[in-house]
Design a binder for this molecule. Structure first.
Ligand code: CUA
Length: 356
């Protein structure tokens, strides 16, 4: 009886874990709370394959227990040899055909979904749909660039998209292999340096509302010491608001500093040579660092901290501590920065906006 004890402990621990981990599914980050057409299709495939696996486990377990109980050696049976079924044509047919049928049930929807999810014809030249939004995604060591080639605008770290329609992506990497993943909205896709991968995603308004208007995006390919911190955010907007944002981005002038402190910050932006890598014009694309034109409207600092002035200063003061191995560290004398300078620089950066 005592031998059962460790097993019981294991199962109760397992049960507790399942209960606790079930609470981890957040609507802005969980594959199990699909928020769009692609995520729905993939979620249903997961359910189907899980159902088939569970069915197989149940049937096999029942058969196993039945056989063990029913055909036990009983007292007095020692001399009897049971019927031998080795090489039974009938049985072999059964356990060959059943798995094939199960695989067909799984394969038909998987293959059809694969073709559907790979249909990027609206972004292709010959079959171009002028209304389709296309985004060029470039993954860089620990930050993401989102360029809208048809609209002539560019953002860093935050992807803005219209809801309830297919958005098409060209994915590539500038340095090493990364992987673009918005867990709630669809499966991941690698970003490579040598070729462009393409796919589409749809961001449902309903899912967006559940996620409070902001999805979390991740890098899903081990790319260096800050791989786990290579996050981005996705803000889906109803089409009208999206169009408004686009036009604000297109017409944005480079933000003028709104106060004396911000004006000092603007000067420091040049003194510390930030301007050499970061663009502050919403139409300018630069491969060196994220575009900061709408920095003041972002929802996180360095992709990982809550968007507060304090966190911004923490990041500027010691980028290496926040994101080891990032390219901003050691590109300026951050250790020599005074509190006053940090205040001024933060004031200036927080004032960079394209919308009122
Ligand atoms: Cu980029 Cu992991």
């Amino acid at each position: 009886m005592k031998n059962w004890l460790p097993n019981m402990r294991f199962f109760s621990l397992f049960g507790l874990m399942a209960l606790l981990l079930a609470g981890c599914g957040k609507p802005y980050l969980s594959t199990l709370q699909p928020a769009g057409e692609v995520a729905d299709i993939q979620y249903n495939l997961m359910l189907l394959s899980t159902a088939i696996m569970v069915l197989v486990i149940i049937v096999v377990s029942i058969l196993f227990v039945y056989v063990v109980v029913r055909f036990r050696r009983k007292k007095g049976d020692e001399a009897i040899i049971p019927k031998q079924v080795e090489g039974s044509h009938k049985l072999e047919m059964i356990w060959t055909i059943i798995p094939i049928l199960l695989l067909i049930v799984l394969a038909v929807p998987v293959v059809s979904a694969t073709f559907k999810l790979a249909d990027v014809s609206p972004m292709e030249e010959e079959t171009r749909d002028e209304n389709a939004i296309v985004v060029n995604v470039t993954a860089n060591l620990y930050w993401w660039e989102f360029e809208y080639p048809d609209l002539g605008i560019v953002t860093g770290q935050e992807l803005i998209v219209p809801t309830d329609e297919r958005v098409y992506f060209n994915l590539k990497a500038s340095d090493v292999k990364h992987s673009f993943w918005i867990p709630s909205v669809g499966g991941k896709m690698d970003t490579n340096t040598e070729n462009v991968n393409r796919f589409w995603l749809e961001f449902s308004q309903e899912g967006t509302d559940k996620a409070d208007g902001l999805f979390y995006g991740k890098c899903a390919e081990l790319c260096g010491p800050s791989h786990a911190l290579m996050d981005f955010k996705v803000k889906p907007l109803p089409r009208e608001e999206f169009d408004q944002w686009v036009s604000d981005m297109q017409n944005a002038e480079v933000s003028e500093p709104a106060s004396d402190l911000a004006a000092q910050g603007e000067e420091l932006f040049t003194t510390y040579n930030c301007i050499a890598c970061h663009a502050i014009d919403s139409k300018e694309q630069r491969p060196t660092a994220p575009n900061l034109a709408n920095f003041g409207e972002r929802s996180s600092i360095a992709g990982r901290y809550e968007f507060t002035e304090e966190n911004l200063k923490k990041w500027l003061k010691d980028p290496e501590a926040a994101k080891p191995g990032n390219k901003m560290s050691y590109s300026y004398d951050h250790e020599g920065m005074t509190e006053e300078e940090l205040d001024a620089l933060a004031e200036y950066l927080l004032g960079l906006k394209v919308q009122d």
